[in-house]
Design a binder for this molecule. Structure first.
Ligand SMILES: NC(=O)c1ccc[n+]([C@@H]2O[C@H](COP(=O)([O-])OP(=O)(O)OC[C@H]3O[C@@H](n4cnc5c(N)ncnc54)[C@H](OP(=O)(O)O)[C@@H]3O)[C@@H](O)[C@H]2O)c1
Length: 252
């Protein structure tokens, strides 16, 4: 499997999992742009790690909820690395928020929807026309098991992650005749990143309900994303692939 000659844009490249996705795609030969919003310097540090591997990479400031910033960011990536072949919509907000719907502030709901769902709409809109012109593209949306199972105290997060699955299937349909595939990865829990913001007793409780009895390592997800980004997955589109070590399976 090779991603030689491809350019990838990873949103949330300043975050725990986004960093590892960047490193794994780069290892397969890809040039990579990583976005940061509040922590741009972290995205730039990952870009430096990738340049040290001999690939081209940049950090890009992008609030994915801001349509203008997204389109300016995509222009910058295109200018500096070339047109985007692979888009990984990994940025998210409110990941570990635990607020029951009766206590949820509308402003928090609106922000989560703006980043997690409208953010993916904005980035897809910005990159898809060029993919269509070039008759090739890979779009991978990062969803969550909360999108298929619900999440206690996570109404906005779960709703946006479910929304991403509907968006994925629609983009898959609209891109299919231009060799653009669009798939979602539906995550359980992974070491690093936002999972470590969850208090340890809760992490242990979550792990007890996973069939494999452990959180995933980030690379175990990045490898799935790399496959979905590659030519080798050319006939796979519109799928929501659960990567959870069996968190969504009945266990006891
Ligand atoms: N870790 C897990 O166990 C787990 C489980 C299920 C799903 N996920 C999903 O995996 C993805 C990555 O999660 P993570 O654990 O790596 O989380 P993380 O470390 O908290 O990273 C979140 C990323 O999203 C970015 N982001 C937040 N708001 C943004 C905005 N308005 N515009 C652009 N970027 C924004 C952050 O950028 P700045 O910090 O620069 O603002 C950061 O790079 C998310 O989609 C999350 O929902 C993770």
């Amino acid at each position: 499997m090779s991603l030689e000659g491809k350019v990838a844009l990873i949103t949330g490249g300043s975050g725990g999992l986004g960093r590892v996705h960047g490193l794994v795609l780069a290892r397969l030969g890809c040039d990579v742009a990583l976005t940061g919003n509040r922590n741009l310097e972290k995205a730039e540090a990952v870009a430096q790690e990738i340049r040290d591997m001999g690939r081209r990479a940049i950090g890009v400031k992008m609030d994915v909820a801001d349509e203008v910033e997204v389109s300016q960011g995509v222009e910058k990536v295109t200018r500096e690395l070339g047109p985007i072949d692979i888009l990984v919509n990994n940025a998210a907000f409110g990941i570990v928020r635990a607020t029951k719907i009766v206590d949820m502030k509308k402003a928090d709901w609106d922000r989560d929807v703006a980043v997690n769902l409208t953010g993916a709409f904005n980035t897809i809109k910005a990159v898809m026309p060029s993919m269509m012109e070039r008759n090739w593209g890979r779009i991978i949306n990062v969803s969550s098991v909360t999108g298929i199972m619900g999440g206690y105290g996570q109404c906005s997060y779960a709703a946006t992650k479910a929304g991403l699955i509907g968006l994925t299937k629609t983009v898959a349909l609209e891109g299919a005749r231009n060799n653009i595939t669009c798939n979602a990865v539906v995550l359980g829990v992974f070491n690093g990143g936002s999972f470590y913001e969850v208090a340890e007793p809760f992490r242990e409780r979550i792990i007890k309900r996973i069939a494999m009895r452990r959180a995933g390592e980030p690379e175990e997800l990045s490898n799935v994303i790399a496959f979905l980004a590659s030519e080798e997955s050319s006939y796979l589109t519109g799928e929501a692939i659960v990567v959870s070590g069996g968190l969504d399976l009945f266990t006891f």
